[in-house]
Design a protein around this ligand. Sequence first.
Ligand code: OAD
Length: 251
Amino acid sequence: MQASPITVPSGLIDMLRTARSVTVLTGAGISAESGIPTFRDSQTGLWAQYDPHQLATPEAFAHNPKLVMDWYRWRRELVERAAPNPGHYALAQIEQRVDRFTLITQNVDGLHTQAGSRRVVELHGNIHRLRCSSARCAYTVDHWPDEETPHCPQCGALLRPDVVWFGEMIPPGALQAALNASRNCQVFLSIGTSGVVEPAASLPYEALRAGASVIEINPQPTPLSIFAKYYFSQPAGQVLPEITRAVWDEV
Ligand code: OAD
């Protein structure tokens, strides 16, 4: 299917050329073109096929740690086979061009860092990392041991994916960094997120309240769309390179 041509409005070009501070929020949509399923897309979304409450909650893990670990191992193998797409790379380029740039992501796939982004706030953690399931133990490890349900070498408790589950708090440091970046930017880009999960969903509104202009990239309109100064309905992997080309003559 031939995507509709992408026109980058001159007002957006001027706005990004002069912006001193830009904050970006990404969701699963920016990794869709890397072959990683989103959550709520009706046919292909993970939550359309699986019940998140069976797999992505502390209760599910306590009840059946092997099922939860197997599911995350499967998702991690999907991520391992994926590569950053032009949308990820374009954001890494924009970071080089803006004085104060923060990329807040809800994704746990690590593809932004892999594409070269440095100022990344991983709001929901990272699927490549495991951490001790005991609240009293701070052990983490950057690779998955072979055992089906590995245990913490420090305290013996089960290890779990270092991601945020439903009903869990966002790591305080990440949340504060995300709020600061949202409240102190001139331009806020919301890319590939349905905007239904808090507190991420509130970040664009924090930016609007602080006087920022919002740019949204999503083939499906979201509750944020009516507040966006610019809205693109084409895929992020096509729009973002066009924006970097138009604003900074970069591919
Ligand atoms: P969703 O699956 O809810 O939304 C993905 C969005 O990406 C949808 O609005 C799609 O229209 C859009 N999309 C799909 N392909 C795209 C493309 N090529 N370019 C741009 N947009 C595209 O995923 P999230 O909004 O990220 O949380 O979900 C937020 C959180 O809910 C996730 O981080 C996860 C989930 O439960 C936890 O696991 C804690």
